[in-house]
Design a protein around this ligand. Sequence first.
Ligand code: T46
Length: 135
Amino acid sequence: FNGNARMIDLPIVSDPRGDLTFMEGGRHVPFDIRRVYYLYNVPVDSERGGHAHRELEQVIFALSGSFRMKIDDGTTQADVWLRNPRKGLYIKNMVWREMDNFSQGAVCMVLASHFYDEADYYRDYSEFLAASQAA
Ligand code: T46
């Protein structure tokens, strides 16, 4: 995906008590983690996202259940199904994302490179496209 998005595989430590997965900032995640948030109690017909970020980089996980991410860097589009809690989708800045097809009880956890800042969002697709093509 032109280096703008890729899957990150995290370690897994399994024993009869269950599985353990961990992530360390600057090691498994290619930025210093400044914020973590999660989506839950998401209705199955919900559509989230519909924006891109000027600077923010994120890694997105389905900790439980599954959902679809549609990503678009202005040149390439892809559909990614997240359903494995040890495989995260790394998304660089300037990538449009939309999320849907949430399974019942899905939990989406996101690691972010910056604090929340509404000024960092493109919420208008044509504005995003113009900016991504000017870059
Ligand atoms: C993204 C996808 C995967 C905060 O106050 N702090 C936060 O850290 C976040 C993420 C959101 N908010 C507020 C802003 C809105 O008033 O929560 C409300 C809902 O946010 P939003 O409509 O942006 O939620 P999603 O699920 O459409 O998008 C979020 C992230 O905003 C976005 O960066 O990539 O999850």
